[in-house]
Design a protein around this ligand. Structure first.
Ligand SMILES: C[S@@+](CC[C@H](N)C(=O)[O-])C[C@H]1O[C@@H](n2cnc3c(N)ncnc32)[C@H](O)[C@@H]1O
Length: 154
């Protein structure tokens, strides 16, 4: 199974250690790739959003065979078991290629979000995008533990 995460900007030192902790656990068993984009933030809010949406659109063109999920606060919330099911279904029945897109600090416009019918919310709180990366990695790790019926999941 191939897994890809798109996000904006390099991870800063405060978050790096914990991100790498989960990343190292995951790469032992899973083909996981990170696509890091540089966030555009030089103009006004709307222009920045548009530019960042262009950047992501350009990138995801190369991943048409991936089942892509947008991380979006105002979308559907899943339990960890349901999240594991998303991964398991993709692993067993689809292309075995799954991707997650985390927005930049200004987020994405509603127009852009409409292009995605698969979205995941980690709850109603607005989380820093760097923290979302870590939560996503941990939940992917947890999902594989659930799928493989291995100890960890509580
Ligand atoms: C700082 S947030 C952007 C906030 C922006 N106001 C919005 O509503 O999207 C940056 C990115 O982190 C992700 N994010 C933040 N909180 C989230 C949550 N509770 N659930 C899912 N994704 C979240 C989204 O991908 C978002 O585009």
């Amino acid at each position: 199974m191939k897994l890809i995460i798109f996000y904006f900007n390099k991870i800063t030192k405060e978050y790096k250690e914990i991100f790498e902790y989960y990343f190292k656990k995951l790469i032992k068993n899973i083909n996981i790739n990170i696509i890091e984009l540089e966030e555009y933030s030089k103009a006004d809010f709307v222009s920045n959003q548009l530019k960042n949406e262009e950047l992501i659109n350009k990138k995801i063109k190369d991943f048409k065979d991936f089942e892509l999920f947008l991380l979006d606060i105002n979308s559907k919330q899943y339990t960890s078991i349901e999240f594991a099911k998303i991964i398991e279904n993709n692993k067993n029945f689809k292309s075995a290629k799954i991707g997650f897109i985390i927005g930049p600090s200004d987020g994405f416009s509603n127009e852009f979000k409409k292009n995605f019918n698969k979205k995941i919310s980690f709850g109603n709180l607005t989380l820093p995008h760097q923290l979302v990366r870590i939560i996503l990695l941990e939940q992917i790790y947890r999902a594989f533990k659930i799928i493989n019926n291995e100890p960890y999941h509580k």
